[in-house]
Design a protein around this ligand. Structure first.
Ligand SMILES: [Zn+2]
Length: 70
């Protein structure tokens, strides 16, 4: 299935989606892949957990300072 992302592409998309919104087509392909691939679904959950943990850290530790731009 050539239209289906590979796991490597999905990992890249997942990482990128943390920083910027994905194209509609990329989002659809990502969702499709995550439905059939347990490995990537797990990676997504870990990334999401990491991100929310990071956000909390910023909110608590750097409350009165501007967050560093990445
Ligand atoms: Zn996968």
């Amino acid at each position: 299935m050539a239209w289906m992302h590979s796991c490597r592409q999905v990992a890249t998309l997942l990482t990128r989606s943390m920083d910027e919104p994905l194209d509609f087509v990329d989002r659809v392909r990502l969702r499709l892949h995550l439905r059939i691939c347990g490995n990537c679904a797990q990676v997504e959950q870990q990334l999401a957990a990491l991100k929310s943990a990071g956000d909390e850290l910023f909110a608590q530790g750097l409350g009165d300072k501007p967050a560093p731009r990445v």
